[in-house]
Ligand binder design. Structure first.
Ligand SMILES: [Zn+2]
Length: 461
């Protein structure tokens, strides 16, 4: 991950603004934290400029907004209180320091790595503002510690104008394992911008800024998250650990559904309110895949198909829920993602790529395939995945399954017989002869003779 922390001047000229944001974007950052950006007009300028680069700026987090890749998932965000309104004991900055809050955002990269990114601008001149500065550092450290306690896998990054060159003042943060590295230059005991992170990586300063502050770039190294067994690489993993009624299974096929929901995720429902009902997969309209359970454990969306005994072995059917209502179709992206899940399940666990023909057989089907009520649902009158999707299953997915996971090829043009090819060539020859000038009388005289031979002597086939 590449991160930039930059204290922009509060009142720049438009030219300086274009220059400075251009320099920052040229560093190709994933996340950006600004301090001291002026007001909402500036925030909206930055928002528009960053949007073109695929970054979303949380503009209302003034005066310390954060930007992140639009493609990353925002799991949560908030503003952590650091200190109340206090008198500024220093001659640097305003006479009264306003109440401080540090915005933070919990992000999930498409690859699954989770980042907690926080942005802060601390009280200036901590030699004079000793108490409030220490209180702010402690509040930051407490929040960063709480994040790790809740989820140790989350990578924490703090962007900030921390306003001190005395690193012992930042010990509550570095004691948590976050590394600081290089910072911006000291402008008389303030304007000291750092990037602190769990992730190792180098820091450099971005040159050519016209703001009176420099900007720091951190190139942070992430180890790729190992994908746990039974989970699909590329899927967003939101594991719901199997309960006592979710035994280990050998997956032998699966069932396609529609969720009757337009939620981005079924995790909040499955992880509690559903009462032990859950699916292995969920596919959003845009094809994004969430996975809630390893394919080697039972999930409960297929009634008797969840698991069953076969020759002393417990087998089970996987379940793929899809965003959408009963009416409507699977999107092209959803169909592509379901095919990818089926291909992966085959590569991972030898789940056969074929249409299923009995409720406890091998292969793939749709939820009400064997009736409602039936072996895959106890609900009378259930229509999942909806009439139009059942047509899609029959016309698109079943032919693909029958070919073992390949799309049917269009039939080749029918082969021509040699006589038909010869006739075509003669016809082209006649066209050429007819195109010769009229004065070549012997050529033109030959044309009806050849035509007669073609029509009456050469066999038709
Ligand atoms: Zn269903």
């Amino acid at each position: 991950m590449r991160a930039v922390a930059s204290n922009l001047q509060a009142k720049p000229s438009p030219g300086d603004d274009l220059n400075d944001t251009g320099r920052i974007l040229a560093a190709d950052p994933d996340v950006i934290g600004h301090q001291e950006i002026g007001g909402i007009a500036r925030a909206l300028f930055l928002k528009g400029r960053y949007l073109l680069k695929g970054l979303t700026l949380w503009a209302t987090a003034i005066p310390t907004p954060i930007a992140w890749p639009t493609a990353w998932e925002v799991v949560a965000k908030g503003k952590e209180p650091l200190s109340g309104r206090v008198k500024n004991e220093s001659h640097i900055g305003p006479k009264v320091l306003r109440a401080k809050r540090a915005p933070w955002v919990l992000l999930r990269e498409p690859g699954g790595v989770m980042h907690f990114v926080m942005n802060a601008h601390l009280a200036p001149d901590p030699a004079k503002n000793h108490v409030v500065h220490a209180q702010q550092v402690d509040a930051l450290a407490a929040k960063l510690a709480a994040v790790a306690a809740e989820n140790p896998a989350v990578k924490r990054t703090l962007l900030g104008d921390l306003n001190t060159n005395d690193r012992s003042r930042l010990k509550p943060i570095t004691d948590l394992g976050l590394q600081l590295g290089r910072r911006t230059a000291d402008h008389g005991n303030h304007q000291l911008t750092y990037i602190a992170s769990d992730l190792p990586g180098d820091r450099s300063l971005i040159g050519g800024m016209r703001s009176d502050h420099k900007a720091v770039l951190a190139n942070l190294q992430e180890e790729p998250m190992p994908v746990p067994k039974g989970f699909m690489p590329g899927a967003i993993i939101k594991n719901i650990p199997p309960g006592s009624n979710d035994p280990a299974i050998t997956p032998v096929g699966g069932v396609l559904h529609v969720a009757v929901s337009e939620s981005d995720s079924l995790y909040p429902y499955f992880d509690g309110p559903s009462g032990g009902i859950e699916s292995h997969f969920y596919v959003r309209y845009d094809g994004t895949i969430e996975q809630y359970r390893s394919i080697y454990f039972e999930a409960d969306a297929n009634y008797k198909g969840n698991s069953f005994m076969r020759g002393g072995k417990r087998c089970g059917l996987l379940s793929i829920e899809n965003e959408g209502w009963g009416a409507g179709k699977w999107t092209a992206e959803q169909i592509a993602s379901m095919k990818n899940i089926i291909l992966w399940a085959n590569a991972e666990a030898d789940v056969p790529i074929q249409p299923i023909t009995t409720w406890d057989g091998d292969g793939w089907g749709y939820h009400t395939m064997f009736g409602a009520p039936g072996p895959w649902t106890d609900k009378a009158g259930k229509t999942c995945p909806g009439p139009d999707r059942i047509v899609q299953f029959k016309e698109i997915i079943r032919p693909w399954l029958r070919l073992g996971g390949k799309d049917p090829q269009p039939p080749p043009p029918p082969a021509q017989s040699r006589v038909e090819m010869a006739r075509d060539l003669f016809a082209q020859g006649l066209d050429l002869l007819e195109a010769t000038p009229e004065k070549r009388k012997r050529v033109h005289a030959a044309i009806p003779e050849i035509q007669d031979w073609l029509d009456n002597t050469l066999p038709q086939k």
